[in-house]
Structure formats: C-alpha cells, structure tokens
Design a protein around this ligand. Structure first.
Ligand SMILES: [Zn+2]
Length: 93
C-alpha cells in the first residue's frame, strides 16, 4: 500500500506513505514480527520514508560485498550480500 502511494508522488500521498511506514514499524516493534531484511531496509528509520531506488534513494554497491541504500535525508542502510554457495550436486557419471 505504501509503495503505491510512493509511486504517486503528490504531497498527500507522501504524507500517507510516511504514515503507513510509521504504522508498519510500530506494529513490527510491538508484536516483534520477523520481517525480511530486504523489507526492513526499504524503510528509512530516520525520516520514515519508503525507500524507492531511483526516486528518493540511491543504491551503491561496494567492492567489499554490500549494498548501501542512501536516503534523501542523508541516512544510510547497509545490506551485506551473501556469497553464493557452490553447487553441491555431483556430476553425472
Ligand atoms: Zn530518510
């Protein structure tokens, strides 16, 4: 729901987007719900914005193996990328 409001881009939709994100954070903290890392990274904890890459945040990939989400307010979140495991399947034959 917050994503569709973020895509509208009007002042009222930005206010609603912030409201939805702050409500979601309140629910997550109160009921201790496990949220996927990618979802929690898309919420800015400083300004309660929904981070939409290309609209209000920048995504940078560092050589040390993490993604950096930089919000328009200046705060940043890091997402460490996991190295893919080598396949364990044995070759046929
Ligand atoms: Zn922010």
């Amino acid at each position: 729901m917050a994503e569709s409001k973020a895509n509208e881009g009007t002042d009222q939709s930005k206010a609603l987007e912030k409201r939805y994100v702050s409500l979601a954070r309140k629910i997550i903290l109160h009921y201790r719900v496990k949220v996927p890392r990618e979802t929690s990274l898309r919420m800015c904890k400083a300004c309660m914005n929904l981070l939409v890459p290309g609209k209000n945040c920048r995504v940078r990939k560092a050589s040390s193996g993490f993604l950096l989400y930089i919000c328009e307010c200046g705060s940043s979140n890091k997402l460490f990328l996991l190295k893919s495991k080598p396949s364990t399947a044995k070759p046929a034959g």
